[in-house]
Structures are given as C-alpha cells and as structure tokens.
Design a protein around this ligand. Sequence first.
Ligand code: HDD
Length: 760
Amino acid sequence: PVRETVHKVIDTVVGAVSGDEHAGEIPGRPGSAPPSLEEPTEPRPPLPPKPDQSGPAVLSATGRPLDEPPTARSQSGAYLTTAQGLRLPDSDHSLKAGPRGPVLLQDHHLREKIMHFDHERIPERVVHARGAAAHGVFRAYGTASTVTRAAFLAKDVETPVFVRFSTVLGSRGSADTVRDTRGFATKFYTSEGVYDLVANNIPVFFIQDAIKFPDIIHAAKPHPDREIPQAQSAHDTFWDFVSLHTEATHHTLWNMSDRGIPRSYRTMEGFGVHTFRLVDAAGETTLVKFHWKPKAGVHSLVWEEAQIVNGVDPDFHRRDLADAIEAGAYPQWELGIQVFPDTPEQTFEGIDLLDPTKIVPEELAPVQPIGLLTLNANPTNFFAETEQVAFHPGHLVPGIDVTDDPLLAGRLFSYLDTQLTRLGGPNFGQIPINRTHAPVNDMLRDGFHQTAVHAGVAPYKPNSLDGGCPFFAGSQEGGYVETPVQVPAARKVREAPASFDDHFGQPRLFWLSLTPTEREHVISAYTFELGKVYEQAIKERTLRVLARIDPYLCEQVAQGLGLPAPAAEGPLPSPVPSPALSQLGKAWPVTGRIIGIVAGPDGDLDAVRTVRQAVLDGGMVPLVIAPVGGTLAADGGTPVTVQRTFATARSVEFDALLLAGTPAPGADAYGARDAKAGNGTPAGAPVDPRVLLMLGEAFRHAKPIGGWGDAGPALTAAGVDPVAPGVVVGGSGEAVLAEVVRLLAEHRVWDRFPTAAGVV
Ligand code: HDD
C-alpha cells in the first residue's frame, strides 16, 4: 500500500490520467519518460506553487485567502475584536462583581489585552539599537556590469530597498546627535534574493578581528555598575580600551572628527568598510570597497549644536529624515566602488585590503559611481518595519562574494545569531519587511513563529515524492556559486599578519587631510572626551597615542587637560594628504535646508511673505518664528502662518536665520510683548532674550545670518558682529536671502570659526 500511495502521488504530480495517451509524460514535454522512483535528475516544470512561494500573501490553514475580507489580518472590519476575532462591546472596564466589587478571573479580554501588552517589547539590538529607516529604490547605472554579474547592478535595473540608519552605542530611546559612528544598512530586494550592504558612515573599524567585538562594545557601552553614561564614548572604559588596543586609533580619530556628529542622515557618507570580491559573468574576480556619496553633500553639526539638540530634540535625525521624505525632498546617495585587482596578496599600493582599519585614499583609487539610491517613502509602522528588519552581511547575491577579512568572517556568524534572540526564532525571514521578492523554496521547516503553511511531504533532498523538486541551480540558472579562491596552505594560528601592525600611519594621513577648522574640532573633541575621564593613567596613555598621530594635536589636547604633552616615539611618517577626506571646501545643493525667519507682530510682513515664497521656490523649507503661535496679519494682508514660537524655536533646527525688519522704526519686531512672569523674559525688553540666544548660537555655529530693515540693532544686541563673515544686513529681504543661500551651499561660514570663541 505504501508503494501504491507513492505512485498515486507521482501520478498527481505529473498529471498522469489513466487512459490518457500522454499518461505518465511530464506536462509540456510530449514523449518524456514516465517518472521513476529514483530521484529525478533533470529539472522539470515546477510543481504548483506552494502557499509560501507566492509572496507575502498567505493562506490560513483552512485555505482561506487572508487578503480577502473578512480576514484575520490586523485592522480589518469595523468592530473592535479580540485577537481571535470576537467582537467586543467594551474595552474600558474589567469584568467585576458589581461596580465596586473584585475583578473576575474569567475576564478573558482583560487577560488577553494585558498579556499581549506585557510582551510588546522585544530585546533591542545589542548594538545599533537606535535607528530610523525609509523605503526607496536603487537604480543601477550598469557601470558595474563589467566587474559583476549581479542582476541588480545591470543598467537601469530598479530594485526596491529599505535603509536603516542608526547610532551604535545608545539604547533605543537615546538621543540622535551623540558623538558616535552611524550605521547605514541597506536591504536590496533583488530578483536574485536579498542583498544586504551593512555599512557605517566611517570607512574603518575599531578592531581587525571579530573576536574583539564584545571587548570594544563592552568598553564603549555604559559602565556595568551604574549604567552610565548613555550613548557616549566620553567615559573611562571606552578610552581605557582604545588607548590600550591601538588598532582602534583610526576609527576613534574619525569619531572625534566632525564625522562623529552628522548634521543629518541625509548628509552622511556610507562605507562598506571591508573589501568585497565581485565576480563577473565569466567568473573573473575584482576586489572592491563600497561607498555611498550623499547628493546633499557631507555635512556635520558642531559639538555645541549637537549637545543642545540632544536636549531640545532627541529625535533630530529621525525627524529630519521623515520630514524630508514627507515633504518630497527625497534623500539621494550615489553608490560607488573603488576597484582593485584581485591579486594573491590582496593589497593595493602597499595597503592591505583585508585590514578593516585601513582605507584606500580616493586619489589612489577613485570612487566609480554604479547607481543611485532614492529614499521616497517613510515606514508605515516603526515596529513592524524599522525594528523588525534584520540585516546580515551574509545576505549575498551572485556576483558579490566576501573576502577573508577576519572582521567580516565573524560578522557572517553574528548577524544571523543575534536575530534568534532579538526576533525570537529562526523564521525572521518571513516577517514582511525581511521577505525576499524572489521565489523561495527553502526546505526550512517549523520553528517559532512559522507563518507559512507548507504543502508537500518531502522537505528534503534527494526526493522522488516531490518529483525531485526543488532543483539545484548552477551559475547558469542564477545559483550562488562560491568563488573557488585559493586558500593559502598555512598553520592554524591565533595571529594577525604583520601588515596589520601599523596602527598610526593612516590616522596621521586622516589628520593631515583635514582643514585647520576641522583639526580644531578634533582637538576640542578629544579635550572634551578625555576631560570626562576620571583616571589620570588613561588620559596619559591616550596622549601617548596622540603623540604618534601628530605633535600639535597631542600638545593642544594635553594643554586642555592640564597635562604635559609626551614626545612622539620616533619620527612620524609623511603620507600624502587625501583632500577627499575633508568635508570642507565644496559647494552642495541647498535643497531641503531649513531657513528660520524671525518676525514680530509689527514686522515687515510683506517682505516675510516674499522671502518665504522665495525659500520655497528654492526647494528649501521656510519656518516663520514669532513670539506666539497662530498667524501674523497686523498689516491686514494674507495671514502669515507661524511655525515656531520663541518658546519652541532653537537655533539648532535652522541652517540659516533671517531677521525680518520692521517697516516703522521703533516698532516691536522681535520684542517680548508675550512675556509672562516666570519664563525669564523681561516684559517690554527690546529684543526677546530667546531671539538673542538663537542669534548668538547661530553666529557661534558659523551659520549664515541675514537681516533687513532695522534688524541691525537686534544683531548687535545678540553679539553678532554685523561685518563678520556670513552676516548679511541691508538691502531687500530677497537680496539678503540670495546671499544667504549662496553661503549655505558651503554648509557653514567656515571663515567665521577661527575668530569665534568657544566653539567646542
Ligand atoms: Fe555590526 C548591527 C554595521 C561590525 C555584530 N552592524 C549592525 C548594524 C550596522 C552594522 C549598520 C545595524 C543594522 C540594522 O540597522 O539593523 N557592524 C557594522 C559594520 C561593521 C560591523 C560596518 C564593521 C565593518 N558587527 C560588527 C562585528 C560584529 C557585529 C565585528 C560581531 C562580531 N552588528 C552586529 C550584530 C548586530 C549588528 C550584533 C546587532 C543587531 C543586528 O546585528 O541585527 O550582529
């Protein structure tokens, strides 16, 4: 009887009908041999799709399509129900024995509601817990087709993507603008399966071997006894580790530079860090490093600004990304590759390509653009998408392979492993945001949170019961065939190659490539961070590290700490600087930048209307700031909507500030008529102190400031030198705006920094 059943199954599979002249033939193949009980060796037309192969829509176990109403999906139907679909008459009161009596255990709705709530939180990511994400599309230029067969990199192929940006150290609820590395992880839903490029905004890493990852993260996370500080590297354990484990020097220096405090996710570069191996259609290989280049330019906050933002808007980056997308100012990045020949040494110009603490300067290997990423939609639900998305450097597609970088090897284990705890089991690939857009026939079965209703009896290979399905795919059928790279004959050792030994040459290269302004920021950052360290020995050890980068850096930081500067041990190298590493000296599009326009009730509203429109026409965002909310319409014209009040506005939100003058001298342009007892604002003050604060900060942070009409005295009262670089006064509102926009293209008025005291 067993054999009979087997035959029956096979007959069903191949469509054999008794009496049919094509009985036993494979459908679509007249004359083909009848099936045997051996495992088939030739691919056959696939079996009818199993429910889990047809994409996100799944059937209920009884076969009901869940996308047809009534469904078991969330938020369908007009009535509030339990999770089992039972309609509810009340969800505000527990079931009690009388209005003042005890709550009854039989209240199944109460228990279900509280049980579910109790389990709403899942473990946050062990690193990169704080993040924000967006949907988008990647369009390939086709320029990479000469070096890779990856289908999504072929000319004009458009691939849906989901991108998650993150900080590394902080908890899920921590502030956005802390000094930290940023994650830049992209999931490409390609026709050949999911490809993840799990990148950072810094091109090097703290460690050369994944076995050190728990050490660096334990050192950088809050102290285990008091769990402070949150989302900071300015504490003893971090500096203890990085001063002892000096391969961290390069990454740490990047963190102390302006790269550690990006202005926006939209103005960050991204780096794949490791060297990857691309494989073309003929099997030829090339080594590459991936780069994301923001169309809006690379731009950072200054430290004081970042600190203020942490208080006034801890969601600054998250808000900025979501607002920009909602407003239609879609952020864009070009993906590029640096290309190196795949030689047995895997070095380029003497740089070890397997060492993740090293870059290859762009002047030696230019970044060649291969496609454009556009983020064009915000997630619908933070938890379902941003929180549950699971990236993994081992999610690869044909044409992209890994190298033997020892840091990458450990990552290839870690990302899968961490999702088991975080997402509660091995089926996280079935969560909608993680689902591939390619057909899946994986033979993985069961496990926690299995949502597929798999059909068939043979989730194993070889089989004959499922007609031998599914079949293996060689490279011709789009199969992922590992590159047969030669593995060096070697001893088993716990050692790093000698080429990993230089920990200071490239930090010096980075330092020498920065402009004087950027170097001052680095000095201030080290001085601040080490100033927060308690242990003298750690400060002294770090100064010895800095002496090996540059004597000026070391002296300046030592001076700030009140410690003697140690001398460098031996001569320092003189690498050729790489101007591409500096963020200054270029002009960028101003699209999406935010212009604050300060106006009082008696202000020159006509000019405010004109300037506001001109800002909008220029693709920027105007925000009118006035003493109180509502509208400004004292002149009887079209009311001007107020977006920020003196109470809610702070300079850090704006890339440039404009002061509308008053039509009549002595009118109350930005005065404190709304002053209320207790808010610190003296009634009748000529200029509201909060406006003075905004102007003073914008000036210190080297932002363009403009004013027309009688704005001059307010500027002077705020300590803004009207003839300082980047302060534009006089002329019409439009003329002032035009000059401010010109300045904005360079992001900040860099010339103001050397004279601006106290920018730290
Ligand atoms: Fe990692 C998350 C980037 C080294 C282990 N990593 C994570 C994320 C990014 C990076 C962007 C957040 C992904 C998301 O948004 O969900 N990580 C990097 C880069 C590295 C790197 C660019 C070095 C070049 N990571 C690294 C090492 C290990 C890990 C050496 C472990 C040996 N990383 C993880 C993790 C995380 C993670 C524990 C936490 C949450 C997750 O994976 O999904 O597996």
